[in-house]
Design a protein around this ligand. Structure first.
Ligand SMILES: O=c1ccn([C@@H]2O[C@H](COP(=O)(O)O)[C@@H](O)[C@H]2O)c(=O)[nH]1
Length: 304
């Protein structure tokens, strides 16, 4: 059995009516620092942890990560693809992982990257954002390739249910440029950032808005990779104007450091939630190893 997490650390999330996601995330980041731990049960990691690449291994891996980091990280981000590859039983493990995160008082980001025409998008929104759905998470990642407005059912349901979304803008993979940079100073990525800013303004009465930093975060966030170098300046993206959280993958296994994040995001850094999966998961399978890697990564981000 995994070792137990240290006693005395309480969840920062309170019970009672659900506050808007942006407010809840801002509170979690203020209390615990700007780190999200990715739960990516890759076959190779399962093997490294002495687990089989099956449903039992998947569950043991996922629940161990939640137990280890629930009081240290601002959020956890299960990678949906790595549950999907195990079929319906894998998705049931994802449901239990999301429930375990909620019970442990840590926010969840389902990394599902959903996007489709509006009528189908409504079904995705029901799955990931509606009260009572077994897959409902605190937030979900969305792909705007069918047009930002095609995400409307998810944007509206997130606002209604106190949940959040992270829309892909500038992804951490090098291939992303071939689409996201198109248009130069009027780039696709800039259009997405402007649409997210508009969305946070639109719901500012209920979602909380205003100011840079995490204090006034709206609930419509962006995904902007920690590996993008000078792209924000090159493309003229104003992340301060978004007034939403910036989920930044690429820390650790993809090569970005806390110093890179600081340099890349500049004045928007206080709104950045850096996420690392393999860089932390490699320190398992012990709870102590995972906690120590999480603390070291978080401290690096706080010092940057
Ligand atoms: O632009 C993006 C969007 C999402 N991801 C996801 O984040 C994690 C990164 O894992 P690491 O092990 O820390 O590299 C993974 O689930 C990706 O699908 C991303 O990397 N880049």
């Amino acid at each position: 059995m995994p070792e137990s997490a240290a006693a005395g650390e309480q969840p920062v999330l309170s019970s009672g009516p659900r506050q808007p996601f942006g407010s809840r995330l801002a509170a979690a980041m203020a209390a615990r620092g700007p780190l999200c731990v990715g739960i990516d049960p890759h076959p190779g990691l399962l093997a490294d942890w002495g687990l089989n690449d099956d449903v039992a291994g998947l569950e043991r891996f996922s629940l161990t990560v939640v137990e280890a980091v629930a009081t240290l990280a601002a959020a956890v981000k299960p990678q949906v693809a790595l549950y999907e590859r195990h079929g319906s039983a894998g998705m049931a493990v994802l449901e239990r992982t999301l429930a375990a995160a909620s019970d442990a008082g840590v926010l969840s980001i389902a990394d599902a990257k959903r996007g489709d025409i509006g009528s189908t998008m409504a079904a995705y929104a029901d799955a990931w954002l509606r009260d009572g759905s077994a897959l409902a998470a605190d937030s979900v990642t969305l792909s705007p390739y069918l047009g930002f407005e095609s995400l409307r059912p998810a944007l509206d349901l997130a606002a209604e249910s106190g949940r959040g979304v992270f829309v892909l803008a500038l992804t951490s993979n090098p291939e992303g440029k071939s689409v996201q940079h198109v248009g130069g100073s009027e780039s696709v990525a800039r259009r997405i950032a402007e649409a997210a800013a508009e969305e946070n303004r639109r719901y500012s009465g209920t979602l909380g808005s205003g100011g840079s930093g995490s204090a006034g975060l709206g609930s419509v966030g962006l995904v902007v990779g920690a590996t993008i170098g000078g792209a924000l300046v090159e493309l003229g993206l104003d992340l301060d104007a978004v007034h939403g959280p910036i989920l930044a993958p690429g820390l650790g296994a993809q090569g970005a450091t806390p110093a890179d994040l600081r340099a890349t995001f500049g004045t928007a850094y206080p709104a950045v939630l850096a996420t690392s999966s393999r860089g932390i998961l490699a320190a398992g399978p012990t709870i102590a190893g995972l906690r120590s890697a999480t603390e070291a990564t978080r401290d690096g981000l706080l010092k940057a």
